[in-house]
Design a protein around this ligand. Structure first.
Ligand SMILES: NC(=O)c1ccc[n+]([C@@H]2O[C@H](COP(=O)([O-])OP(=O)(O)OC[C@H]3O[C@@H](n4cnc5c(N)ncnc54)[C@H](O)[C@@H]3O)[C@@H](O)[C@H]2O)c1
Ligand SMILES: O=C(O)C[C@H](O)C(=O)O
Length: 348
């Protein structure tokens, strides 16, 4: 069973009166374009709260919820919320094409999460294959969509997606994103708590990748600046940001990894992508993208989002000695994870 499907056309305009949790609001005199967003893995721990948050986003006219099972229930539930997006649930591979058809953004939280004692790379064996088959379908059914990759290990799943798209002849480096927003969310929260400033005023760029030491928060560039932080404070904040995922995995004690904070982070990043697609100026977020700012082919840094996805990849800016050391230390691990993804995509 599935709910009614609404096909999207970005050119069509329709009035909207909903308010959005994290973005701008639209009055009845404004219009927002139609946009279709698909979530793959929508019945999971991240997928369900992410579906809820996406249903509240007034920039979305069509929300497509896909999983291997259980999406009809999630879709029926979310669809009763009185906001703009029309919701459709799709279950099983035979419905994947319809779920993806016409999507402007595809968000991928499909795959297994960590248990205590595991690294993100331990998920590669299962998640690499899942991501590969989902990206093969994206190349076929919505080759122009922006892809927001959440499935771990992000340092490898993004290169896998790139290789799949290259083979299909659909790769556009401006449209593929590893979602590292949760690292930024954590860095902001931990910094605000330490420096004792309102968290809403805080910004901290986080660069590199999304696993352990490859997560490099740049507290030397944090805003507002603090003169009270010692070197030890910065080391502790850096370590807590790098270990944020493990902190949640251990606290959940075998019941998975971050889902609620990740759904929030995924919603923030998707909202930024939607705003960029809609021509809102100066939308800047950190993301793991194809990059030439270091000698690695993929790297997370600040990117400006626009009508075609990435419009500009920003450089790292001035780094402290500690951050410079962190940058050099992360490169071998990040390089190996990228190469592992590329190799997997090309050998299977
Ligand atoms: N990027 C990040 O910052 C970040 C943060 C948290 C979690 N994650 C990752 O996100 C992934 C999902 O985490 P979760 O807690 O939601 O896991 P979960 O097990 O609760 O949910 C995953 C969902 O994916 C579905 N799924 C499996 N194979 C699929 C396929 N072929 N097609 C569609 N759906 C499929 C499952 O049925 C399940 O509903 C994990 O890999 C996790 O490590 C990433
Ligand atoms: O830590 C994990 O395994 C999930 C995710 O990557 C996170 O940072 O919370």
């Amino acid at each position: 069973m599935k709910a009614a499907v609404l096909r999207s056309s970005r050119a069509a305009l329709r009035p909207c009166t909903c308010r959005h949790l994290v973005g701008r609001s639209y009055s009845s005199t404004e219009s927002s374009p139609e946009s279709k967003v698909a979530i793959l893995g929508a019945a999971g721990g991240i997928g369900q709260p992410l579906a809820l948050l996406m249903k509240l986003n007034p920039l979305i006219s069509s929300l497509s919820l896909y999983d291997i099972a259980n999406t009809p229930g999630v879709a029926a539930d979310v669809s009763h919320i009185n906001s703009r997006a029309q919701v459709a649930g799709y279950a099983g591979e035979e419905q994947l094409g319809e779920a993806l058809d016409g999507s402007d953004i595809v968000i991928i939280p499909a795959g297994v999460p960590r248990k205590p004692g595991m690294t993100r790379d331990d998920l590669f064996k299962i998640n690499a294959g899942i991501v590969k088959s989902l990206c093969t379908a994206i190349a076929k059914y919505c080759p122009n969509a922006l892809v927001n990759m959440i499935s771990n290990p992000v340092n490898s799943t993004v290169p896998i997606a790139a290789e799949v798209f290259k083979k299909a002849g659909t790769f556009d480096e401006r449209k593929l994103f590893g979602v590292t927003t949760l690292d930024v969310v954590r860095a902001k929260t931990f910094y605000a708590g330490k420096v004792k400033v309102p968290v809403a005023e805080v910004n901290v760029p986080v660069v590199g990748g999304h696993a352990g030491i490859t997560i490099l928060p740049l507290f030397s560039q944090a805003a507002p600046k603090s003169s009270n932080l010692s070197d030890d404070d910065i080391k502790a904040l850096t370590k807590r940001t790098q270990d944020g995922g493990t902190e949640v995995v251990e606290a959940k004690a075998g019941k998975g990894s971050a889902t609620l904070s990740m759904a929030y982070a995924g919603a923030v990043f998707a909202d930024a992508c939607l705003k960029g697609l809609n021509g809102v100026p100066d939308i800047v977020e950190c993301s793991f993208v194809q990059s030439s700012i270091t000698d690695l082919p993929f790297f997370a840094s600040k990117v400006r989002l626009g009508k075609n996805g990435v419009e500009e990849v920003f450089g790292l800016g001035p780094l402290s000695d500690y951050e410079q050391q962190g940058l050099e230390s992360l490169k071998p691990e990040l390089k190996a994870s990228i190469e592992k993804g590329v190799e997997f995509a090309n050998q299977n």
